[in-house]
Design a protein around this ligand. Sequence first.
Ligand code: PRP
Length: 172
Amino acid sequence: MDAILLHREQIQSTVRHLAEAISKDFEGKELLAVGILKGSFIFMADLVRHITVPVTIDFIDISSYGLAAESSGEVRILKDLDTSVEGRNVLVVEDIVDTGLTLKYLLGILRERNPRSLRVCTLLDKPSRRRTVVTLDYCGFEIPDVFVVGYGLDYAEKYRNYPDIWVIKPSS
Ligand code: PRP
């Protein structure tokens, strides 16, 4: 473990600001927050507690780092949503956008299901790694091309429970 990149206080403050912006934009409307497993689960839990419009929650699990995803952007749905998105205001909640391939694929799937609106909220953005164009409506932090863990993000399934976000050397 190298060093803390984002302290828990910084994260919580930014999460509150994101939730305020979302609540303002969706005033008078209802929201379906769709978390992408597993990384988004802590961010989702904190974010929705600060959202002041009525919100329902669902999760989808997509494999993003298989060989297929790296080469073509084709990724698999491991667990689909439980609810229909048709006619609803959907907010996709991500922990990190890296190449953008996972998000692009997911947005394509969701658009075909005819939501009323489709927005994206990510805690972290690594723009230097992008391989496709995706629009991020709400973004917490832009970070450099370093491997990060904590606050839901893992290395080999470890460290998701760390309250701060750390930089890690993937070999450690
Ligand atoms: C991470 C992250 C995003 C995706 C971003 O998920 O949660 O879903 O990678 O990468 P991309 O922009 O290059 O597609 P991961 O596959 O590590 O699974 P996890 O959320 O279960 O940790």
